[in-house]
Design a protein around this ligand. Structure first.
Ligand code: GTP
Length: 607
């Protein structure tokens, strides 16, 4: 099937694809701006990364035998500029961190900490002033999530020192995120200010997901929309679970951590699924195996977490490597295929490339290999879902345009064919009614039309006349001058006599050189005049013989008139037969009387 070209719409669609990706990129940047806004723009709290304020000690502090309390004044504190990743962790799961709180003017001072791995006890002036999770005196603990903490510092006014007992079985241990000291209300305000834009982004991504899912359910080409919808909803959950705001909505850091981890681990699954759907006609060979492999990771981690001592948070470093490799493999698979799917494939490839770069930057900064640059990987994913939804919508729109164009051209063709068929039908009907040589009514068509006229004449008591004539010695013409000459004679005489008749008169060829004319609504004397005129016109026709001589023809006419206002037979068909028979008799009477004449008769009822 030849598809019509939709050059204009094609160009518009391509432009729109590019434009939509551009708009979405700008949108993403604008949306991400509030989240990655530098704290310099806000009221600056005191950040405690000053030299000399921090020191640490691996393992638990000794406990006083007399009081049973921790001996904070033991001498082995190692100074550290900032305890983000405490060196030489070895097999230690417990570390103590000491902080010399600086002097300041606060009404209700608190420490904001968003990065303590993982379980935490804080002591000030010998008292446990804050606790998150449980750490036994033997130094055992269970992972309880990664919340942010608000630790009161009011009690340090005496010594000015706070002690953090931190437990982590993660490969790294430290306070790697933000630590601020300020009034509690100011710190909470900052949590709101930072959390709300992220929540807004999560809701937007969730909406994209819901729209994609709805599209996936109603559209024919559903795979891409469904995969994209799942990825978007997954991302929305991950973004919100990692948002500081989630802790204010529901104070259960462990559950949020589970959600954040497993939605993160599921990303490559939805990416592999989406790519398989994008390149449906010739999917990259790696897409199907990658779908299975990527799914195995979260399943294995979940099973290990449930049935062994393995904590799912320990899977993050492995996942980072796995994720990078997965995206690289998918990217390579798409690169080999993108030529076959045109501009959309190129855009998907571009999206995956942007995603890969952002994830790489994210991981490099998370592992301290480059400066912390915010959650670029998250934004890469958000960009990818927005862009792929836009490309999907443009592709769908393009298909609609193509479909519309096809339907339009199909409708046009159907209308054209119908018109041609109607014309052919009319032509066929005309051919079926027309005598092939003289183009007047053939015998069958004449009989049909004459039956109707006779029936009307009976009903409305109108007079009519039937004329039958036969060319005299026509066989001789054929024999002397050939059939072509005979045909010319027949054609010319019908043309000449038809010109004498009225529009409504029926002129038909009854046999070879035998003709009939039905003069309806015509009084007998008018009919007689017309027949005389026809006879005269026919006699005056001249044909040129091949030898150059002039040929004249004659004909014998039998005429039967049916006068009105008399008792007639009810059967119009029978009456027509009688009229034909009586005209024929009259015509043969003329033939027998020497030809070239007219015999008029009045219809005689036959019982
Ligand atoms: N050229 C030509 N001749 C035809 C056509 N139809 C019939 N004829 C011829 O018309 C002739 C009729 O011959 P006849 O029936 O003997 O009648 P006639 O020669 O006219 O003699 P009369 O009717 O007795 O005057 C035949 O030779 C037919 O072949 C036609 O369409 N074209």
């Amino acid at each position: 099937m030849q598809f019509p070209k939709v050059d204009l719409s094609d160009r518009i669609a391509s432009t729109l694809s590019g434009f939509s990706v551009f708009v979405i990129s700008v949108l993403c940047m604008l949306l991400s701006a509030p989240l990655s806004a530098s704290p310099e723009n806000e009221r600056q709290p005191l950040s405690l990364d000053f030299d000399g304020l921090w020191s640490y000690s691996w393992g638990d502090l000794p406990v006083s035998e007399t009081t049973g309390t921790w001996q904070f004044d033991h001498p082995h504190w190692t100074p550290i500029r900032f305890p983000d990743v405490i060196p030489d962790k070895g097999s230690h799961n417990i570390a103590w961190i000491r902080l010399q709180v600086p002097e300041g003017q606060w009404k209700n001072p608190y420490l904001f900490i968003n990065s303590v791995d993982l379980t935490l006890q804080v002591f000030a002036a010998g008292r446990n002033v804050y606790q998150f999770g449980e750490i036994t005196p033997e130094g055992e603990s269970h992972f309880a999530g990664w919340p942010w903490h608000l630790v009161p510092v009011a009690d340090v006014s005496g010594s000015g020192v706070m002690y953090f007992r931190v437990f982590s079985d993660y490969p790294f241990l430290g306070l790697s995120g933000e630590i601020s000291l300020d009034d509690k209300s100011e710190l909470l305000e900052r949590v709101y200010a930072r959390g709300l834009p992220g929540t807004f982004i999560a809701i937007t991504v969730l909406l994209v997901g819901v729209i994609s899912m709805i599209l996936g359910m109603i559209k024919k080409d559903r795979g891409v929309a469904l995969a994209n919808g799942c990825l978007s909803i997954d991302l929305a959950l991950m973004i919100f679970a990692e948002n500081e705001f989630s802790q204010l909505v529901w104070l259960d850091p462990l559950t949020w951590r589970y959600i954040a981890a497993f939605t993160y681990f599921m990303i490559p699954v939805f990416l592999a699924w989406g790519i398989r759907e994008w390149f449906k006609r010739s999917p990259p060979k790696v897409a199907a195996p990658m779908l299975v492999i990527t799914l195995l990771f979260p399943v294995t981690v979940a099973l290990l977490s449930v049935f062994s001592d393995f904590s799912f948070v320990n899977a993050y470093p492995y996942f980072d490597v796995f994720f990078i490799v997965s995206v690289l493999v998918l990217w390579a698979g798409c690169y080999a295929r993108f030529r076959r799917v045109g501009s959309q494939g190129l855009l998907v490839l571009f999206g995956i490339t942007a995603l890969f770069v952002s994830l790489l930057l994210d991981m490099l900064s998370a592992h301290g290999l480059i400066d912390w640059i915010g959650k670029t990987g998250q934004w890469g994913l958000v960009f990818y879902t927005f862009a792929s939804l836009a490309v999907y919508l443009v592709k769908d729109w393009k298909q609609q345009v193509m479909l519309h164009s096809l339907t339009h051209s199909l409708e046009h063709k159907v209308a054209e064919r119908t018109r041609e068929l109607n014309e052919s039908k009319l032509q066929l009907e005309q051919l079926a009614r027309e005598d092939y040589l003289t183009k007047i009514l053939n015998r069958r068509a004449f009989m049909e039309a004459a039956a109707l006229e006779v029936s009307n004449a009976l009903r409305y008591q109108r007079p009519l006349t039937l004329v039958m004539f036969d060319v005299d010695h026509f066989k001789q013409i054929n024999d002397d001058y050939g059939h072509a000459m005979g045909d010319d004679v027949l054609t010319e005489l019908t043309r000449a006599l038809k010109a004498e008749c009225r529009e409504g008169d029926l002129f038909g060829r009854y046999g070879g050189e035998e003709f009939v004319i039905l003069l309806n609504s015509t009084e007998t004397d008018q009919a007689e005049n017309l027949v005389k005129r026809l006879h005269s016109v026919l006699s005056q026709l001249q044909f040129i013989e091949p030898s150059g001589g002039v040929l004249n023809i004659t004909a014998s006419f039998g005429v039967v008139s049916l006068p009105p206002l008399q008792k007639m037979p009810a059967d119009s068909g029978l009456l027509l037969d009688q009229l034909l028979m009586q005209a024929d008799e009259a015509m043969y009477s003329v033939k027998n009387g020497g030809r070239n004449g007219i015999q008029f008769r009045e219809w005689v009822a036959v019982a």
